[in-house]
Design a protein around this ligand. Structure first.
Ligand SMILES: [Zn+2]
Length: 299
């Protein structure tokens, strides 16, 4: 994201254009305010939507334009003496997460698509699968099943939040076995930036299952700790589930240093009450929304 300070108004620079959403953009997200200076004799158009911009005799222009869907870049086209030229553009956006907290979840999905960086690849990694079950719920359903459910909810919640569907990938989308090495290699191939592994927690048999509950986030490298804390805060805020905590662990999927990796334990399947809560679709959706909010705050 470009900072506002970097842009200086300079009349001599005919290519300099400021583009940013108006102050009330949270309630009217498709509107973008553009202003700057151009040659007074030029005709200005917004590419894609062919909207004409009025240039005053002084060369100044200022106008609110309506952005087409899935576009967060505004290209201004100048026609001067019959020559067509695309003018440099800048897009400024405010903190999307601060804005989205005030909106209902359905609206977040639509609005955030403008505010993520274009080059971020996020890998969602539903733990276990196939012959590898992980732990089990009290009803005997394998953890791998719930991990996949949450991962799919994340893609639903993220749909429209990210500039393109290509930028979010799952390491598995069915109940099949995928080795840890295959998961990491997949992330490497996709040039992953943020790797989120989804699991559910369990206790050894000799511990009291009632005493352990809540969301736990695991990381390997110290610089990832703030990201883990962000995920813990936003997921628990969204779901009202307890905070189990953030923990440093050397997991195979959080160890690589070519991406920022975290592992989320979405509550304890061994807890008699929490297991019912976290396996309900309603809470799974909230976990996913919390993860998407934290992701957007991170990328
Ligand atoms: Zn697991």
């Amino acid at each position: 994201m470009k900072s506002k300070k970097k842009l200086k108004y300079n009349k001599k620079n005919t290519d300099l254009i400021w583009v940013y959403p108006p102050n009330k953009w949270t309630s009217n997200y498709k509107q973008t305010f553009i202003y700057g200076w151009s040659n007074p004799k030029a005709k200005l158009f917004v590419e894609n939507i062919k909207q004409k911009i009025k240039v005053h005799p002084s060369g100044n222009f200022a106008q609110i334009i309506k952005l087409p869907d899935k576009k967060n870049i505004v290209k201004l086209v100048q026609i001067l003496n019959g020559k067509l030229k695309i003018i440099t553009r800048h897009v400024l956006v405010k903190n999307p997460v601060r804005a989205c907290r005030r909106m209902p979840p359905q609206t977040i999905k639509t609005k955030l698509r403008y505010f993520t960086k274009n080059n971020t690849v996020i890998i969602i990694d539903p733990g276990h699968g196939g012959k590898e079950h992980g732990t089990h719920s009290p009803k005997g359903i394998p953890e791998s099943h719930f991990n996949l459910q949450i991962a799919k909810e994340i893609t639903v919640a993220a749909n429209g939040c990210l500039p393109s569907k290509r930028q979010i990938y799952l390491t598995r989308s069915t109940d099949k076995f995928v080795s840890l090495k295959q998961r990491v290699n997949f992330a490497k191939k996709k040039k992953c930036n943020l790797f989120i592994s989804i699991h559910h927690n369990a206790l050894p048999d000799n511990e009291d299952p009632n005493r352990h509950s809540g969301i736990g986030i695991y990381y390997t490298h110290n610089h990832i700790k703030p990201i883990a804390e962000k995920f813990l805060n936003l997921i628990t805020k969204e779901t009202k589930l307890k905070k189990y905590g953030v923990f440093k662990r050397d997991f195979a999927v959080t160890r690589p240093d070519f991406y920022r990796g975290i592992l989320i334990e979405c509550g304890f399947l061994t807890h008699p009450i929490e297991s019912n809560i976290i396996t309900s679709k309603q809470i799974q959706e909230k976990i996913a929304t919390g993860i998407v909010k934290a992701t957007l705050a991170t990328v």
